[in-house]
Ligand binder design. Structure first.
Ligand SMILES: [Zn+2]
Length: 414
């Protein structure tokens, strides 16, 4: 596979016609891949595309008070079968993470409609808002608001990198910031949720299969680690008398791989650092690092966090700095229910063959919904194993296998 950014973005557009329609939206010329963040120009364009695409299929599109989009086949009502994913991306993300689930859902519904299928229960395609948390720092923002997993007061106060509050951004998008939060009436309408998603590892490559169901999602969380020191002149401040929070941050980050290796199966990443005031000739006064940590059990994730916390305190003390660790989001380990997975699997492979089940190291809206309603996930093989990067990929054949599987699931369930 080519590693040039343009080719990677093109590869996404060639494997599935629906993705080709949005291949130019939110292309990130600096990072490569796509940057599509809540209510930015790209996200608005994708929302318009979704509305237009769904309307053409005869679906009724509505936006809920948390900014999620719902396209209904038939009257919204109880025991609905809902499928979908998200349209937003990480900074410089791939073409498939999120949009593949939405394009596949619309494609599957279109085929069922063309084949004369008349669903016996309401069906909807959902596009959840800000799944990646790239603008406001909280992953699965839309599904957390819907289910009440994120308190609306906390959500309204979230700020993006430009300092704009979520309340302002929602208001600018025509949503009432006072109305965001738990939506039990809508949640009660969902009878089953199935999210199709590109696999974010090599499980299906190793199994030599195009499609799998999800068994579980690793528990994971995000924390902001803020080191405070003394901002000062880079030339006039002797090395002996510095309180440099960048050095404390660097020392902590350098220890994280070993700390994670000590907790079996865990992963810890600092993918984002910011320094205040951020001048080349200035010792920073504040350095923020954002930690993403995940492990097989919640106890293991906690153990890993405690060891990183201790390392940050040590590094702060050595550098005469202080440190403060704030949780930004936390998702416990999710095990998708066996009976739902068996029922969905039986639709996909009706003659008793079994569909493989894989654990997911990545978080998903389906993991948030699973705490409230029977939920399942379908993974489509990613030959590169790379995700959250332009090299993320799925072949046209595997995308077709994913759509066919989802079509059988919707037909069987509705
Ligand atoms: Zn995703």
């Amino acid at each position: 596979m080519s590693s040039t950014h343009g080719a990677a973005a093109d590869s996404g557009s060639t494997s599935l016609p629906g993705l080709a329609e949005i291949a130019d939206v939110g292309v990130d010329r600096i990072r490569g891949g796509y940057s599509r963040h809540l209510f930015d120009d790209a996200d608005r364009t994708l929302r318009d595309w979704f509305t237009e695409r769904a309307s053409r299929l005869g679906l009724d599109v509505e936006r809920d008070r948390n900014g999620n989009l719902w396209a209904w086949w038939g009257e919204p009502g109880p025991n609905a079968f809902v499928t979908g994913s998200h349209l937003d991306s990480v900074p410089g993300g791939g073409a498939f993470d999120g949009p593949l689930g939405i394009v596949s859902a619309l494609e599957a519904l279109g085929r069922l409609r063309d084949a004369g299928h008349r669903p016996a229960r309401p069906v909807a395609v959902v596009a959840f808002a800000e799944e990646e948390g790239s603008r406001f720092g909280v992953a699965c923002l839309g599904s957390r608001l819907l289910t009440g997993a994120l308190h609306p007061d906390r959500a309204r106060a979230l700020r993006d990198e430009a300092g704009r509050s979520l309340a302002q951004v929602y208001a600018d998008a025509g949503l009432d910031p006072a109305a965001i939060g738990p939506d039990p009436a809508r949640l009660d309408m969902i009878g089953t949720f199935v999210e199709l998603h590109v696999e974010q590892g090599r499980g299906l490559v190793d199994l030599d299969e195009p499609v799998a169901l999800a068994a579980s999602i690793l528990g994971h969380g995000r924390w902001r680690i803020r080191f405070r020191g003394q901002g000062n002149h880079a030339g006039a401040t002797p090395m002996q008398s510095r309180q440099d929070p960048m050095v404390a941050a660097a020392a902590t980050i350098a220890r994280i791989p070993d700390l994670a290796l000590a907790v079996e199966g865990s992963r810890a990443t600092v993918g984002r650092v910011s320094a205040l005031p951020g001048g080349t000739n200035v010792i920073p006064s504040v350095v923020d690092c954002w930690l993403d940590a995940r492990a097989a059990t919640d106890d293991a994730t906690n153990a890993l966090l405690q060891s990183i916390r201790a390392a940050a305190r040590d590094a702060a003390a050595v550098n005469a700095c202080s440190v403060e660790i704030t949780e930004e989001s936390w998702s416990p380990t999710v095990r998708f229910p066996d009976d739902t997975r068996a029922a969905i699997g039986a639709h996909i492979a009706p003659r008793g063959q079994s569909v493989p089940a894989l654990p997911s190291g990545a978080g998903h809206d389906a993991g948030i919904l699973a705490a409230h309603i029977p939920s399942a996930m379908l993974f489509v093989r990613n030959p590169t194993g790379v995700s959250h990067a332009p090299e993320e990929f799925a072949t046209a054949d595997d995308c077709a296998a994913g759509i066919a599987a989802l079509e059988r699931v919707i037909r069987g369930e509705t």
